[in-house]
Design a protein around this ligand. Structure first.
Ligand code: NAD
Length: 266
């Protein structure tokens, strides 16, 4: 059976760990050539090697870049287009949660600025350069390739509900991702460019586990999870694959929740 991303190319940020790592493997399994971006050269090279080893027929390239730096994001998009001839899927997934952020009364300006630079401006840069590239995608009816593409931006459940452990800058940044994604989705809908946010619930990845760094903190969080467990990165990657593929051809501007029911829970 042909893969759901056959003949396509995808750029995934934050590919060195967690959701980005699992998405890199899954998108490659579904036939996409993948340009893998992370601020950690070691981590992204490890992911690219793993993808290439498991799926030798596809191309997997590692690119060290900081999504908070527009020139580096543009260079990564340009590299994908140069190497693969097109960009069909942009997964703006990289994000940070500063361990020292807390709430309005004691978060600090430099924490706020760093969080906004990576989580908000990073997504904006990714959208901007992906849109410019997707407009130029060559059409090939025989392979089902169209102009346009799919852009997926990682937000969070905290963009929808108030978190019990406040991370003010992080929460505000993820709300901005939802708002920006909706607006861009409306502006570019008629160009065949779909934009959606994905909202993961709490996951067993370094980002959250480093924050909930004691058994007591994790147990306190688990009480509030309807399924009684943290999510796995692969469960988010599967949601992202749906948004990346033509299976979601009539889906744009949505906040796609993959959160184990958390945001529906009282
Ligand atoms: P993770 O820490 O496992 O992976 C994040 C990756 O992003 C790392 O490899 C890191 O090196 C990379 N990265 C960090 N800053 C970067 C930058 N400036 N440029 C390029 N790469 C950078 O985290 P994860 O859990 O897979 O998180 C991925 C996304 O999911 C983030 O946007 C995060 O906010 C979001 N999210 C995570 C959770 C959770 O519980 N883990 C919940 C909701 C949303």
């Amino acid at each position: 059976m042909p893969g759901r991303l056959q003949y396509k190319s995808a750029l995934i940020t934050g590919a060195g760990s967690g959701i980005g790592l699992e998405s890199s493997l899954l998108f490659a399994q579904e036939g996409a050539n993948v340009l893998l971006v992370d601020i950690s050269q070691t981590a992204v090279e490890r992911t690219a090697a793993l993808v290439q080893e498991r799926f030798p027929d596809i191309k997997a390239l590692a690119c060290k870049a900081d999504v908070g730096n527009e020139a580096e994001v543009k260079a990564a998009v340009d590299l994908a287009v140069k190497e693969f001839g097109r960009l069909d899927v942009m997964f703006n997934n990289a994000g940070i949660m500063h361990p020292k952020d807390d709430h309005a009364l004691n978060t600090e300006e430099h924490i706020w600025d760093l969080t906004m630079t990576i989580n908000v401006k990073g997504v904006w840069y990714g959208c901007k350069h992906a849109i410019l590239a997707m407009r130029q995608n060559p059409v090939d009816e025989t392979k089902g390739l169209q102009r346009g593409g799919s852009i997926i931006n990682t937000a969070s459940f905290v963009a929808i509900m108030g978190a019990a452990t406040p991370q003010l800058a992080y929460t505000a940044s993820k709300g901005a991702v939802l708002a920006m994604t909706r607006e861009l989705a409306m502006v570019h809908a008629r160009e065949g460019i779909r934009l959606n946010s994905i909202c993961p619930g709490p996951l067993k990845t370094p980002l959250l586990m480093d924050f909930l760094n004691t058994a007591e903190k994790r147990d306190r969080r688990l009480v509030h999870l309807p399924m009684g467990r943290f999510g796995e990165a692969i469960e988010i990657a599967k949601g992202a694959l749906f948004l990346a593929s033509n299976d979601s051809s009539y889906v744009t501007g949505t906040d796609f929740k993959v959160d184990g029911g958390l945001t529906s829970c009282y």
